[in-house]
Ligand binder design. Structure first.
Ligand SMILES: [Zn+2]
Length: 202
């Protein structure tokens, strides 16, 4: 049906439908919307033009416009505690919890032999260099409790064995608001193993 559209329209539809998760129908709907809202099209065009300015922080691998991201530039953040995350999106979510005051390290992936992602694809040499350079005391594994996340966590624990660092991970267990009777056995097992003390015996 796109043959009836002028070339610039068809080009915009082709470009959008080449993106993951967008078929030709949704792309057409978006382009027609933008056509009737030129101010939104303008805004989008400017935002996309600015995207190539984004690069990876040379220290932690987070997205940044400068050489160092804002967390690596912030002197009030503890450089001896590093939270290892899969990607910048995970970093952003952990940061928005507002309790972590250390630095981050973005792996840009997880170990996944099925997808051909081995240790050499992750930003591991950079992590080891930071540990040596900054006298890092703690590595917090901020990885998802998925098969790939668990495999990556296990690999990192082995890799860090020779370093004098404490390795911690995000606690896993029941989600807030979840009822115990509906929890799956694996979640419950982890919650039992990671149970926290709410009153000591004294
Ligand atoms: Zn950084």
């Amino acid at each position: 049906m796109d043959v009836v559209f002028p070339e610039p329209l068809r080009r915009a539809i082709r470009a959008l439908s080449a993106l993951p998760g967008l078929g030709e129908k949704s792309a057409t709907r978006l382009v027609l919307y933008l056509l009737s809202h030129p101010e939104r099209a303008e805004e989008l065009a400017v935002a996309l033009t600015d995207l190539p300015r984004i690069k990876l922080c040379r220290e932690c691998g987070n997205f940044t416009e400068e050489d160092l991201c804002r967390f690596c530039r912030d002197p009030s953040r503890d450089p001896t505690v590093i939270c290892v995350v899969e990607d910048p999106a995970s970093l952003s979510v952990i940061e928005s919890a507002g309790v972590f005051r250390g630095r981050y390290h973005v792996l840009h992936g997880l170990l996944s032999p099925r997808d051909g992602l081995g240790p050499e694809e992750l930003r591991l040499p950079e992590l080891l260099m930071r540990i040596r350079k900054n006298g890092v005391r703690e590595i917090l594994l901020g990885l998802s409790p998925t098969a790939a996340g668990e495999a990556t966590a296990a690999y990192l624990v082995e890799l860090l064995r020779e370093f004098p660092v404490r390795v911690t991970r995000l606690a896993c267990g029941l989600a807030l608001g979840m009822e115990v009777r509906y929890a799956d056995p694996l979640t419950l097992k982890r919650a039992l193993l990671c149970r926290e003390t709410v009153k000591s015996s004294t």
